[in-house]
Design a protein around this ligand. Structure first.
Ligand SMILES: Cc1ncc(COP(=O)(O)O)c(C=O)c1O
Length: 450
């Protein structure tokens, strides 16, 4: 009884005092907020005491080592007791230097320098500033300032990152934005905006980049940003020639290639960084989320040696950049990933997971299941022949039913996404697929789908 009263009071306090982000208030009012209190491994408990299997690393795909990892918590605690802050200009904490060395050991060849922020958005802001300042100093393109991004991409919430963003309605809702950004079609699979044959569409996306650079003026274009595997509508794995051909175009016009690995980085796709799948070395990699498994807010940019060294004074500063606590969390996260071979485990389990998910394609409303490493998605359709989307309300109902059945996935407009922690076991992955199947069947029956 006491417990029940507390739930009601907390939910009511949430409505009175907490401002929710992105969630629609009508949904929160109808369904109530999800208030969590405890977690262990991949299980997380809400305030009513219900336990969920978290197959989405808590909505954002951040918690890749799961909950209650005492090693990381202790590393942060020990660091804060020893040195909790060290400034951010010429002063730097030893842990920030040690982290930069460890990251450089694991990044594609020639990517040697790190600069830090507190989030993925800030990581991308860093990348844009690096691109602009690099061109200014190197001199071949002193006026280059434009950034090209892709339709439906998400790159962050701060104004520069938001200008590169084209999803979730956040850009339009906060206009006017920062000038100098433009967008080109993105290599999304299963259905594309023009209804083109898929291979033709991918070629079109690649050719479009060159046309856009020419259209904007090569001398004015500083960088092109894209996620190696794009989140849009769920885990979009591009064809094998996409990134190598994009790399060639960027080289041809001296445009920096920025790989937004905020989701992909630190093991999500079965490699340290997803660009490794295609043997492509970007100029800048941005990262956040899994670098600390969500135990401390940290993001950053990894930069090629010649680019970092060409900038005589990087015009950017933030009070908390390279925070020793975040760096300690990241150092421990990297140590655990390596010691427990979790990236390899994620690669093997990811293949297992996707193979299991393939059986869902037998259901009338499942158009495609896809993914790479521990990142998968179900793309729904109301008509397998035309690949017409299934109404988001129906997809939302399936995600909700899964939640009621104790499994958390992510609802991505026309699909449901899974990005479990790299520590997930095969029985946990099996349970996720079983629950997805049950939820799809139940909702299909109730709604008369398929
Ligand atoms: C690909 C990508 N880039 C950037 C960001 C922004 O990161 P943050 O929310 O940490 O600012 C996100 C967040 O989800 C993301 O998915």
């Amino acid at each position: 009884m006491e417990h029940g009263r507390n739930i009601g009071a907390l939910a009511s306090d949430a409505m009175d005092h907490y401002m929710f982000s992105l969630a629609k208030m009508e949904d929160i009012r109808r369904d109530g907020p999800m208030i969590f209190t405890d977690g262990k491994g991949l299980e997380v408990k809400d305030v009513a005491g219900k336990t969920y299997l978290d197959m989405m690393s808590m909505q954002t795909r951040a918690t890749s080592l799961g909950f209650a990892n005492e090693e990381i918590a202790r590393a942060i605690y020990d660091q804060l007791c020893k040195l909790h802050y060290a400034g951010c200009m010429s002063f730097v904490a030893d842990s920030a230097i040690r982290l930069s060395v460890e990251i450089a050991k694991r990044t594609p060849k020639g990517m040697t320098h790190c600069v830090y922020g507190g989030s993925g958005s800030e990581a991308n802001e860093l990348a844009f500033k690096i691109a602009k300042q690099y061109h200014r100093h190197v001199g071949r393109k002193p006026h280059a300032h434009k950034i090209i991004a892709r339709w439906d991409a998400y790159h962050g919430a701060t104004m520069g990152a938001q200008a590169a963003t084209d999803s979730l309605g956040t850009r339009h809702g906060n206009e006017p934005g920062v000038p100098g950004y433009s967008h080109i079609p993105a290599p999304i699979g299963y259905r594309n905006p023009f209804g083109m044959e898929q291979r033709k569409y991918y070629d079109f996306c690649i050719d479009y980049l060159e046309q856009q650079i020419l259209h904007e003026g090569p001398d004015y274009v500083a960088g092109f940003i894209g996620e190696p595997v794009m989140q849009t509508f769920g885990a979009q794995v591009p064809p094998d020639d996409y990134w190598p051909r994009v790399r060639e175009i960027c080289d041809k016009y001296n445009v920096l290639l920025i790989a937004d690995e905020v989701i992909c980085g630190f093991g999500r796709t079965g490699k340290w960084f997803a660009m490794e799948h295609w043997g492509v070395v970007p100029d800048v990699i941005t990262f956040a989320k899994a670098v600390t498994s969500g135990y401390f807010p940290l993001g950053g940019a990894i930069v090629k040696k010649e680019i970092a060294e060409a900038i005589p004074q990087f015009l950017h500063v933030q009070t908390y950049q390279g925070h020793p606590g975040g760096c300690a969390a990241a150092l421990k996260t990297i140590e655990i990933l390596e010691r427990d071979k979790l990236i390899e485990k994620g690669r093997v389990n990811g293949e297992y997971f996707l193979k299991k998910m393939k059986r869902l394609e037998n259901l009338a409303v499942v158009g495609e299941t896809r993914g790479l490493g521990m990142w998968t998605a179900i793309d729904f359709t109301s008509d397998k022949r035309t690949r017409k989307v299934l109404a988001p309300a129906h997809v939302g109902k399936i995600a909700k039913r899964m939640r009621e059945l104790g499994v958390l996935g992510g609802h991505t407009v026309y699909g449901i996404e899974f990005a479990p922690g790299l520590i997930a076991t095969q029985p946990q992955l099996d349970r996720c697929v079983d629950v997805a199947e049950q939820a799809i069947k139940e909702v299909s029956k109730e709604e008369g789908l398929g």
